[in-house]
Design a protein around this ligand. Structure first.
Ligand SMILES: Cc1cc2nc3c(=O)[nH]c(=O)nc-3n(C[C@H](O)[C@H](O)[C@H](O)COP(=O)(O)OP(=O)(O)OC[C@H]3O[C@@H](n4cnc5c(N)ncnc54)[C@H](O)[C@@H]3O)c2cc1C
Length: 524
C-alpha cells in the first residue's frame, strides 16, 4: 500500500533522498511506494523497454517529466516557430539559452537545453521523448561504418536482420512519395537534390516515421498545413507522425501493465542497504511547481532519461555516494554526432515560401568509414525567413558524421550537477569533410551561416554511460544488479554517421530481447 506523509518547507527531511522543498512551499505530500520495475523517461530507450517488459508480463511504472502531446487533424497541440510560446521550452532549461535570457514563463515544454561553456545540448521532453519534436530521420548505418564505430559484441548481421527492421516496422518509416516532393512547397528539397548531384554527391530519400498520405491530404486542402508549410519543426499538429506515444507506448499501454506517470521528474536515485533502488520524484503541474514528492523503491531501475539526463543523474549519485562503486568510465565517452547546422540563403534562386517539411533528401557519404558523414536539407517556416539577421530566402542544411572527439562530465559540488566538458570545435576533423560538402551544395552565389561557429550546439547527444565500460552490451550497469541504462547514454558516443534514434531503439530492442530471456523471472 502507498504511504503518504507531508513535507513542510525545508524543515522535514523524510528519508535520505528527499530534496527539501522551498521554504515558502505549502504542505507537500510525501508518498512512499514500491514498484516491480521503474523506467525513467519515455524516449526511444525507455519506450522500447516499457513495451518489451509489459509484453513479457511484467508490470512497469514509467516516470516522465514532461506532459502528453496528443495530435490530430488541425490540432494546436504543438507550438510552431511562427507562434513560439512557453510550450517550446522545458522549465528546467537554463536561465540563458544561446546567451539569450529565456523569455518564456516556466512550462513543461518540449525542448530541454543543457548549457555547458562550449556546448548547448538540446533534447526532447514529453510523453514520447525526443520523438515528439525530432524531424524523424530514421537511418540505419551501413556495415563498414557500423563495424568501425561500434564494439564487435554488437553483431552487425543480427542488428541489420532483426533489430533495425523491427524498429523500422514499429515506426512505419517511409520515404516521401513523388506526389509530395513534386508539390510546390517542396522546392527547396528539389534544389538541394539538384545541387548535390551537380556537385557529384549521392542523394537519396531519407526514411521518416511518417504516413505521408497526411501531407497529401494537406495538399488537397483537407486540413490546415503542418507538414507542407514547414510548421512541423516543433511537432506535427496533424496526424501521421509515428512518434513513440502512438507506437511503442500505445502498444505497451494496451497490455494493461503500463502505469504511466507524467509530470513526474526524478530528482535523485540511490541504492538502498538492501540493494534495491530508491527513486526520488517531484510530481509537478505543467508550470513546474511541485505538488507531491514520491520515493519509489524498486528492485529494477531502468534509466531512459537520455544521454544528458541519465549521465548527469548517475554522476551525481556517484559523487554523493548514493550509489557507491559506479564504474570508472561513467561520465566519459560523450559525443555530439558532429552536428553542424547551417542557414543557407541562395542569392540567385528563389526557394519559395512556405517550405514543405520536415526532411526529404539527404546525401550519404559513407564510403570511407573513418570520415563517413551525412548532409540533409530541412525546412524552416516563413517567420524565421523574415527573422532578424537572416535573408528571407533561407533554408537549413544539416551535417553530421563520425568523430573521435569525446567530452566528459565533471561533478560540480556548488551546482550539485555534472557539468559537460567539451573541447571547443572538438569535431573539427570531420567538419573538414562536412563543411566543403555543404559549401558545394550551397554554391558560391549564396550566404552560408555555420550556426555552430556562433552557438556550439547539438541535437544528438550520445554516450556518458557507454556499453563496454559502464554497462554491458544489454545496458546492465556493471556491478550494480538491477540497474540498467537503455537510451542514448549507452551508445559509445557515436551513431555511425546516422541520426541516433534508430540505433538507440535498435540497441534497446537487442538488449530487451536478452533481458526478457535471461533476467525476467530471476533478477526482474
Ligand atoms: C530538434 C531535434 C531534432 C532531432 N531530429 C532527429 C532526427 O531527425 N532523427 C534522429 O534520429 N534523431 C533526432 N534527434 C535526436 C533524437 O531526438 C534523440 O537522439 C533521441 O530522442 C534520444 O533518445 P533517448 O532514448 O536517448 O532519450 P530521449 O528521447 O531524449 O528521451 C528521454 C526522456 O526522458 C525524460 N527525462 C529526462 N530526465 C528525466 C527525469 N529526471 N525525470 C523524468 N523524466 C526524465 C525526458 O523528458 C525525455 O522524455 C533530434 C533532436 C532534436 C532536439
Amino acid at each position: 500500500m502507498d504511504r503518504r506523509t507531508f513535507v513542510k518547507g525545508a524543515a522535514v527531511a523524510a528519508g535520505s533522498l528527499v530534496v527539501a522543498a522551498p521554504a515558502r512551499a505549502a504542505l507537500i505530500p510525501l508518498t512512499r511506494i514500491q514498484r516491480r520495475v521503474v523506467v525513467v523517461g519515455s524516449g526511444f530507450g525507455g519506450s522500447v523497454a516499457a513495451l518489451r517488459l509489459t509484453e513479457a508480463g511484467v508490470p512497469v511504472t514509467l516516470l516522465e517529466q514532461g506532459r502528453a502531446w496528443p495530435t490530430g487533424p488541425n490540432a494546436n497541440t504543438f507550438p510552431t516557430l511562427r507562434t513560439l510560446d512557453q510550450r517550446a521550452l522545458f522549465y528546467g532549461s537554463a536561465p540563458q539559452v544561446f546567451r539569450q535570457p529565456v523569455q518564456f514563463p516556466p512550462y513543461a515544454g518540449l525542448l530541454n537545453a543543457v548549457v555547458a561553456p562550449t556546448m548547448t545540448v538540446l533534447s526532447g521532453v514529453g510523453y514520447g521523448g525526443g520523438s515528439l519534436t525530432y524531424q524523424g530521420m530514421t537511418l540505419e548505418p551501413e556495415r563498414q561504418v557500423f563495424e568501425h564505430e561500434f564494439p564487435a559484441a554488437l553483431d552487425y548481421d543480427e542488428m541489420h536482420l532483426e533489430h533495425y527492421p523491427r524498429v523500422r516496422q514499429m515506426l512505419g518509416a517511409q520515404t516521401a512519395p513523388d506526389a509530395v516532393i513534386d508539390s510546390p512547397t517542396y522546392k527547396p528539397a528539389r534544389i538541394f537534390k539538384r545541387n548535390a548531384e551537380a556537385a557529384g554527391f549521392p542523394v537519396s530519400r531519407i526514411p521518416m516515421p511518417i504516413d505521408w498520405s497526411w501531407a497529401i491530404r494537406e495538399l488537397n486542402g483537407e486540413m490546415k498545413p503542418s507538414y507542407t508549410n514547414g510548421d512541423c519543426a516543433l511537432g506535427v499538429n496533424n496526424g501521421g507522425k509515428n512518434s513513440l506515444d502512438v507506437t511503442y507506448l500505445r502498444q505497451a499501454e494496451q497490455t494493461g501493465r503500463l502505469e504511466v506517470r507524467l509530470l513526474h521528474r526524478v530528482t535523485d536515485i540511490a541504492r538502498t542497504p538492501s540493494c534495491d533502488w530508491e527513486v526520488c520524484v517531484n510530481r509537478t503541474d505543467v508550470y513546474g511547481t511541485t505538488k507531491e514528492q514520491l520515493v519509489i523503491t524498486t528492485p529494477t531501475l531502468i534509466l531512459g532519461a537520455g544521454s544528458m539526463g541519465t549521465t548527469r543523474m548517475l554522476v551525481r549519485a556517484g559523487a554523493n555516494s548514493r550509489i557507491p562503486d559506479l564504474p570508472d568510465g561513467l561520465g566519459t565517452n560523450w559525443g555530439t554526432n558532429a552536428d553542424r547546422i547551417y542557414a543557407w540563403s541562395p542569392f540567385t534562386e528563389n526557394l519559395g515560401a512556405p517550405q514543405g517539411g520536415p526532411v526529404v533528401y539527404g546525401s550519404l557519404d559513407w564510403a570511407d568509414p573513418a570520415y563517413a558523414n551525412t548532409v540533409i536539407q530541412a525546412s524552416i517556416p516563413p517567420i524565421l525567413l523574415a527573422g532578424p539577421g537572416l535573408p528571407t530566402n533561407t533554408t537549413i542544411l544539416v551535417g553530421y558524421g563520425v568523430s573521435a572527439a569525446r567530452g566528459h562530465f565533471v561533478y560540480n559540488s556548488l551546482l550539485d550537477d555534472a557539468v559537460l566538458k567539451w573541447e571547443h570545435e572538438g569535431d573539427r576533423e570531420i567538419q573538414s569533410r562536412i563543411g566543403p560538402r555543404v559549401r558545394a551544395v550551397a554554391g558560391p552565389a549564396s550566404l552560408l551561416i555555420d550556426t555552430n561557429l556562433l552557438l556550439g550546439w547539438t541535437w544528438h547527444p550520445m554516450g556518458g554511460a557507454s556499453m563496454g565500460s559502464v554497462c554491458d552490451y544489454e545496458g546492465r550497469v556493471l556491478g550494480q544488479e538491477g540497474l540498467y541504462v537503455l537510451d542514448g547514454a549507452l551508445l559509445p558516443g557515436t551513431a555511425a554517421a546516422c541520426n541516433p534514434s534508430m540505433t538507440i531503439a535498435a540497441v534497446a530492442e537487442r538488449a530487451m530481447k536478452r533481458i526478457v530471456a535471461s533476467d525476467v523471472g530471476s533478477l526482474i
